[in-house]
Write a protein that binds this ligand. Structure first.
Ligand code: NAP
Length: 327
């Protein structure tokens, strides 16, 4: 089969399309024939060699994908609710062990989920990391309740747009930030009640004003090294800040938390247990079936375009995310 292979960490050009042996599922594994692979920022951190968890070289990048189950290994638990997944089923995968920039991926059984009719493979390849992270950040860590006000600080990308959809459907008052006029229009279309430009001077005061001075109950933060200190001035008494994204160091004055009994929670999807991941996936699947969750694909590129996709994913001006088409 064809796969993108990385033989040494480095810039995007280290990703090469190669012919590699076809994989076969061992005990507890599932083999999925992929039609699309999703590209996440974490794929670029791993490729560059600057991430805490690195695969041994050579490796095939990619966590997210969508396609059709080709084979199921012995003992793989494919039961999902009342039905078991079987070869031939359309599925999305969140293969935390990597390998989706390829025609086939081997993954663990609990990382494979039914792709409802009406959701394309390209959309399906943008479910895994963005939607599981969004569900975990909003529901499991953030404990968003109906009626809560929620600020998605960086709402126009993969995780942010998923958070907006989850928040809006669950009866929260959702506010979001983006860095361009097109991004702000995108957020309004997704259902944000209020939108703010995170590149505009003084936008923090606009957020406080929009809450009548009280602040927001929950902040989902995509760029903590830039925003964490100011988030402490935007959160309501007893509110929570959930750090999803961070790309450097920052300094905060913890007094900002004491004065409001507010708290900061970190999260990484890699830390979630099998049970927590299945709970997130079940919530996401309900939304996909009912139609209130739909990943937004902004760009589609061919598999060999992986280097270009890695450059794209690290640029600003998001209105969704990027997918590699696998043929
Ligand atoms: P993405 O699709 O590239 O989106 C990035 C988002 O950050 C865009 O909405 C962008 O807005 C926004 N942004 C840019 N500058 C900002 C600023 N100054 N303040 C607030 N937001 C700003 O990435 P993603 O997949 O949504 O992931 C977002 C972050 O979370 C990344 O750092 C990623 O590595 C991390 N992440 C963490 C986990 C975890 O388990 N903790 C899981 C998934 C992702 P504009 O483009 O409109 O400026």
């Amino acid at each position: 089969m064809h796969a993108i292979v990385v033989r040494a960490h480095g810039d995007p050009s280290v990703m090469k399309l190669e012919q590699v042996p076809d994989p076969h599922p061992g005990p507890g594994q599932v083999l999925v024939r992929l039609h699309a692979a999703g590209v996440n920022p974490v794929d670029t951190y791993i490729r560059a060699g600057g991430y805490g968890r690195l695969p041994s070289l050579p490796y095939t990048p990619g966590i997210d994908g969508a396609g059709i189950i080709e084979a199921v290994g012995d003992g793989a638990d494919m039961q999902r609710g009342f039905r078991a997944l079987v070869p031939g089923d359309r599925v999305w995968v969140c293969a935390l062990g990597g390998g989706t920039y390829a025609q086939r991926v081997l993954t663990r059984a609990h990382e494979v989920h039914a792709l409802p009719e009406g959701v394309t493979f390209e959309q399906g390849s943008r479910i895994g990391v963005p939607y599981l992270t969004a569900w975990r950040a909003m529901m499991q860590i953030g404990q968003a309740r109906p009626g809560h006000s929620v600020l998605i600080h960086g709402a126009s990308g993969g995780v942010g747009s998923a958070c907006v959809q989850i928040g809006v459907a669950g009866g929260r008052r959702v506010m979001g930030t983006a860095g361009t006029a097109e991004g702000l229009a995108f957020l309004r279309k997704l259902g944000c009640e209020e939108t703010f430009n995170h590149r505009e001077k003084g936008y923090e005061q606009q957020i406080v004003d929009a809450t009548g001075g009280r602040g927001v109950d929950l902040i989902i933060e995509m760029l903590a090294n830039v925003n964490l200190e100011r988030d402490m001035g935007l959160v309501a008494p007893r509110g929570r800040i959930v750090v999803v994204g961070n790309r450097g160091q920052t300094t905060i004055n913890a007094r900002g938390l004491m004065g409001r009994d507010s708290s900061i929670h970190g999260m990484a999807l890699f830390n979630a247990s099998r049970e927590e991941l299945l709970e997130c996936a079940a919530g996401v699947e309900g939304g996909l079936r009912a139609g209130w969750l739909r990943p937004v694909v902004q760009e589609v590129m061919p598999l060999e375009g992986a280097p270009r996709a890695h450059e794209w994913v690290m640029t600003d001006g998001k209105r969704g995310s990027v997918v590699l088409r696998v043929v």
